[in-house]
Design a protein around this ligand. Structure first.
Ligand code: NZQ
Ligand code: ZN
Length: 392
């Protein structure tokens, strides 16, 4: 195991923290680009409260609203233009992962004269890697991606039907201002998809990572067990602040680099899901709920011990041997049943995706990211036909 760990994002986590937005933003700038999604923050009053807090602190704001789920590169271009035209010196993302991701790339695009799509890794040999960005303050309204405290962003190109990522240090937000009260209006289905997303962030490292990471295994199991304990409460009663807070903290820990440090694995389930999202504009967490259990059944045949450990430690199953495949499969069945119990889909048909294009999804996924033998990185690496089998 070897790794280097760095995360400069200041995390402020407290119910009611939104009231501090002006004070925090004022430390970084005087003219903010305020980035929002399709309107939820306007409907629930969060936008007005944010603007009032900024005003009180003497920070003026220009708005870039309408970031769509699976945020588009055209929206990033629009936001960067608004920021430049208005001389913004700080960007505030008020919304879910889509809004935060778009804001992060706008912040880097502010300093880049080329097309921001150059920054998104989409199979081109030499992507432009940004090294400079405006300071970003993330104010998440949905617990899922962990984007508020990581250096990643995922952007779609609606013209080419591609969806991929950029991940580089200048995209770490300066501050993550996390107020779990803001997540209380998230509907049941999005709450469940967020829980699936955060769990998948840690299962990717857990199952695809190198051997010999006992602390990371325990961290990951802690995140999964916490999400499984508190997630259903947050779904049952969206106004349960304690449950909302535990789920949100789990979502941040899951992908701020700490749990997966040193696991050095691929993210095959995510890569496959991103292709499905690019083609069908589905919700990320819902797509993961379909792909992950199926991928697990495929991978368990290659690495049963890790799946036996999962079955034992997450579901309390008693394996007959360390490589007891039946026990591993039972653990995966229980995990899938958990996802179903939260309301997540677990079949492509539930997402209204047929099987006509499975080979194309596989080809496209591998085109974007592959090892030197043309396979999707992970444990085990996947050929195109493996991907088709998993989707089937
Ligand atoms: O757009 P609005 O009107 O705000 O509504 C959103 C949207 O319809 C709604 N919502 C958000 N907060 C709400 C709310 N509705 C009511 N009350 C609230 N408080 O929820 C819907 C989904 O929002 P979105 O931001 O798309 O969801 P999520 O946070 O799951 O983000 C998904 C995006 O993040 C990417 C995904 O691929 C996808 O594009 N990811 C980003 C990652 C990262 N940056 O680290 C990692 C992830 O693995 C993921 O790939
Ligand atoms: Zn994810």
């Amino acid at each position: 195991m070897q790794f280097e760990y760095y995360n400069p994002t200041r995390l402020i986590f407290a119910a009611g923290a939104l009231a501090r937005l002006g004070e925090i933003a004022g430390r970084h700038g005087k003219r903010a680009l305020l980035v929002t999604g399709g309107g939820s923050v306007k409907r629930n009053g969060v936008f007005d409260r944010a603007v009032a807090s900024l005003k009180l602190a003497g920070v003026s704001a220009v708005e870039c609203s309408g970031v769509e789920p699976n945020p588009r590169i055209s929206t990033v271009r629009r936001g960067a233009k608004i920021a430049r035209e208005n001389g913004c010196d700080v960007i505030i993302a008020l919304g879910g992962g889509s809004t935060m991701d778009a804001a992060k790339v706008m912040a880097a695009a502010f300093y880049y004269d080329g097309d921001p799509w150059d920054m998104i890794f989409h199979g081109q040999p030499d992507p432009y890697v940004p090294t400079r960005a405006l300071p970003v303050i993330t104010v998440p309204t949905l617990a899922a991606t962990g984007s508020e405290m990581n250096m990643g962003a995922v952007i779609s190109n609606e013209e080419t039907r591609e969806k991929s990522f950029v991940s580089t240090e200048c995209l770490y937000p300066a501050v993550a201002l996390v107020d779990p009260e803001l997540t209380m209006s998230v509907p049941k289905d999005q709450t469940a998809y967020g829980i699936c997303d955060l769990i998948t962030h840690v299962t990717e490292g857990y199952f695809n990572g190198v051997d010999g990471t006992p602390i990371q295994d325990r961290f990951a199991e802690g995140v999964i067990l916490t999400a499984m304990q508190w997630g259903p409460k947050a779904i049952a009663d969206g106004s349960d602040l304690e449950a909302r807070a535990q789920v949100q903290w789990a979502s941040i820990v899951a992908l701020n680099g700490w749990v997966n440090a040193g696991t050095n694995g691929g993210f095959p389930v995510h890569m496959i899901e991103h292709t499905l999202s690019a083609y069908h504009d589905i919700t990320h967490g819902a797509g993961l709920a379909v792909v992950n259990p199926s991928w697990m059944r495929f991978a368990a045949r290659h690495r049963p011990e890790k799946f036996v450990q999962f079955a034992e430690r997450i579901f309390g199953l008693q394996p007959a041997r360390p490589d007891d495949l039946a026990c591993a499969m039972e653990g995966i069945d229980r995990f899938e049943a958990f996802l179903r119990s939260t309301g997540c889909p677990t079949r492509l048909s539930e997402l209204k995706i047929g099987d006509a294009l499975l080979a194309e999804y596989a080809r496209e996924t591998v085109r974007i990211i592959h090892d030197d033998q043309g396979r999707l990185p992970g444990w085990p690496p996947m050929s195109e036909s493996d991907i088709v089998d998993v989707l089937q």
